[in-house]
Design a protein around this ligand. Structure first.
Ligand code: T46
Length: 184
């Protein structure tokens, strides 16, 4: 299992060690001790989520605030997504900067996103099943979000706008300028 911190402090790309043989493959998809030793983060995930989306879907950019702020460990069970994390931590030197990581059932890469980030993804394959661990429970009242097509963020979702499919909620989300930075 290899951990690489990204340009956004606290975000880590994780590459598992795959054991392939004539039957197929095996790998440890999560290991608390290795996670803590390699990131220095004392995490306790409490909720797992799974969503399936068709090509062109963009889900996000979302976060939860306060005691329900969520760190997430994201991976793809089938298909390919472009996973996006945007730093919205108050006073962060990389405030407003984002990273884009291709996660797929091919590369088996994972992205760890700490609290203080907006999260979203676009589906680049015909469909994608995304599975992610959260370290806080879902709490609708603490949800916040920014329109994924925000002009200031200028995120390249790698999907032609004519193919994009957003939820009503995301289509009408606030602009990045309207977002209150997250105090950690
Ligand atoms: C997130 C969540 C949603 N729900 C219910 C609420 C709605 O009735 C339904 C769909 O929710 P939503 O449209 O917010 O789902 P996504 O657009 O995939 O939201 C997620 O998208 C981005 C990528 C994220 O990182 C968040 O985990 C999450 O905000 O599931 C629950 O019951 N529990 C939950 O934890």
């Amino acid at each position: 299992m290899k951990f690489k911190e990204t340009i956004l402090k606290g975000c880590f790309e994780i590459e598992p060690q795959l054991f392939a043989d004539e039957r197929g493959y095996f790998y440890e998809s999560y290991h608390l001790k290795k996670f803590q030793e390699n990131t220095g983060i004392d995490i306790q995930f409490v909720q797992d989520n799974e969503s399936k989306s068709k090509y062109g879907v963009v889900r996000g950019l979302h976060l939860q605030r306060g005691e329900f702020a969520q760190a997430k460990l994201v991976r793809v069970l089938s298909g390919k997504i472009l996973d996006i994390a945007v730093d919205v931590r108050k006073d962060s030197p990389t405030y407003g900067q984002s990273i884009a990581v291709e996660l797929s059932d091919e590369n088996k890469k994972q992205l760890f996103i700490p609290t203080g980030f907006l999260h979203g993804f676009s589906v680049l394959s015909d469909e994608a099943v995304v599975y992610y661990k959260c370290d806080a429970f879902y709490n609708k009242a603490s949800e916040d979000g920014v329109n994924p097509l925000d002009m200031d963020l200028q995120i390249d979702w790698q999907i032609p706008s004519s193919d994009m499919l957003l939820s009503e909620k995301d289509r009408h989300a606030k602009s990045f300028r309207e977002l209150t930075p997250v105090s950690l």
